[in-house]
Design a protein around this ligand. Structure first.
Ligand code: MEV
Length: 424
């Protein structure tokens, strides 16, 4: 299967979908779930409350991705222009060195159990640690299906924290949630262990809920961008200058939380768009990413960019990735089901690693643009296409209108209409 097509953007949406169907081998039935508004209101009514209708957004595909030696076509859902083009562009540059290499720590989710009014916190901590096997049993009895599929209680950790309301003992249940996002599984386990934990600590349990700071569920991706791949003309000298400019841009984000917030927002432009396409919980991913970016006590960049011995640019990302393939909207939303088929993933671990690669690619595209020509030029071109399409322009006429509006630095619907009359 290939993920690289020439002139893909020139095709109609129907032709693009046909190309994706041909390449990925997804069924016509799945393709229909994307081509037609995919969420029936009757289904929507079962998903959330007080439903009055549905709301749709564009789905596109990021192209050119090679991840661990395999081509992947990545569905993305977003309202923001440039995101999908930027990810595809960046992935194209990374192809020269074989694309992205990824890894995953495993699907271990944390559930927190807050224990307050504990008479002797250190003693309580020991008691919890000593009763680990009892806690394991209570957790696993709560979800025998998860255990059957190789998941379940993995380990526990106990922290003592000082708060405005006094000392608290915080129990972390570490649970292997397999291919699920895992919220339901771990929350149920946290609730199930509460009475026993009160009994052995002499304290009172209040909150029992997962942590989105999923530090045992990290996805990592890395890529090498040859310096010449960063230059439009393939010039290694210009490429080397771009590498240095990108390193300056990265250093800025690494040092300054104000810049890091925007730098990471750019990363999440890609990750969130890909995550929503498969019906996963975008807020969980955003929360995990931003809290992880601050884990060392100061908010910083989620990516790291360096220069290797050849002077090429090397990038890495490490980000919590609590995504699943079973349950929730991923299973029920027709568009999400089709997106999973396009990706061709069989496990949530594969999915998590694809998302990390998307984040890294998206970041490179943004900081390269910012460090060189700025992002407005690219944005303007895409904006001009939207404006031209909004007055009914198509094909060559559309291209001509876009070119003229950009040349004249006059991108608006009135001018587009005028040009439409002139060119058609
Ligand atoms: C815009 O949505 C995202 C960027 O601002 C990201 C960045 O500044 O790195 C371009």
């Amino acid at each position: 299967m290939k993920s690289s097509f020439s002139g893909f953007y020139k095709l109609s949406p129907q032709e693009r979908l046909a190309a994706v169907v041909k390449e990925t081998g997804i069924s016509e039935e799945d393709a229909k779930k994307i081509a037609e508004p995919s969420l029936p209101v009757e289904l929507a009514d079962k998903m959330v409350e007080n439903v009055i209708g549905t709301y749709t957004l564009p789905m596109g595909v990021a192209l050119n991705f090679i991840i661990n030696g395999k081509d992947v076509i990545i569905p993305m859902v977003t309202e923001e222009p440039s995101v999908i083009a930027a990810a595809s562009n960046s992935a194209k540059m990374a192809r020269m060195t074989g694309g992205f290499t990824t890894s995953f720590t495993g699907p271990i989710m944390i559930a927190q159990v807050q224990i307050v009014d504990v008479p002797a916190p250190e003693f309580a901590k020991s008691a919890i640690l000593q009763h680990k096997e009892d806690i394991r049993k209570i957790c696993n009895d709560k979800d025998p299906v998860l255990v059957k599929f190789g998941g379940g209680f993995h380990d526990l950790d106990v922290r003592i924290i000082e708060t405005k309301a006094g000392t608290m003992v915080i129990l972390h249940l570490l649970v292997n949630v397999g291919d699920a996002m895992g919220a339901n599984a771990v929350n149920s386990m946290a609730e199930a262990v509460a009475p026993y934990v009160e009994q052995i600590t002499g304290g009172k349990v209040y909150l029992r809920i997962l942590s989105n700071l999923a530090t045992y569920r990290l996805a990592r991706a890395s890529a090498v961008y040859k310096k010449e791949s960063l230059s439009k003309t393939g010039d290694p000298v210009e490429g080397a200058q771009i590498v240095d400019k990108i390193l300056e841009a990265y250093a800025f984000a690494a040092a300054d939380p104000y810049r890091a917030a925007t730098h990471n927002k750019g990363i999440m432009n890609g990750i969130t768009a890909a995550v929503i396409a498969t019906g996963n919980d975008t807020r969980a991913i955003e929360s995990g990413a931003h809290s992880y970016a601050a884990i060392k006590g100061r908010y910083t960049s989620l990516t790291v960019w360096e220069k290797d011995a050849n002077g090429d640019l090397v990038g890495t990302i490490e980000v919590p990735m609590a995504v699943g393939l079973v349950g929730g909207a991923t299973k029920t939303h027709p568009g999400a089901q089709a997106a999973v088929k396009i990706l061709g993933v069989k496990t949530a671990a594969e999915l998590a690693q694809i998302y990390a690669a998307v984040g890294l690619a998206q970041n490179l595209a943004a900081i390269k643009a910012l460090a060189t020509e700025g992002i407005q030029r690219g944005h303007m071109k895409l904006h001009a296409r939207t404006v031209a399409a909004s007055v009914g322009a198509e094909g060559e006429v559309l291209e001509e209108i876009v070119k003229t509006m950009i040349r004249d630095k006059n991108v608006n619907a009135v001018y587009a209409k005028e040009l439409m009359e002139k060119f058609s």
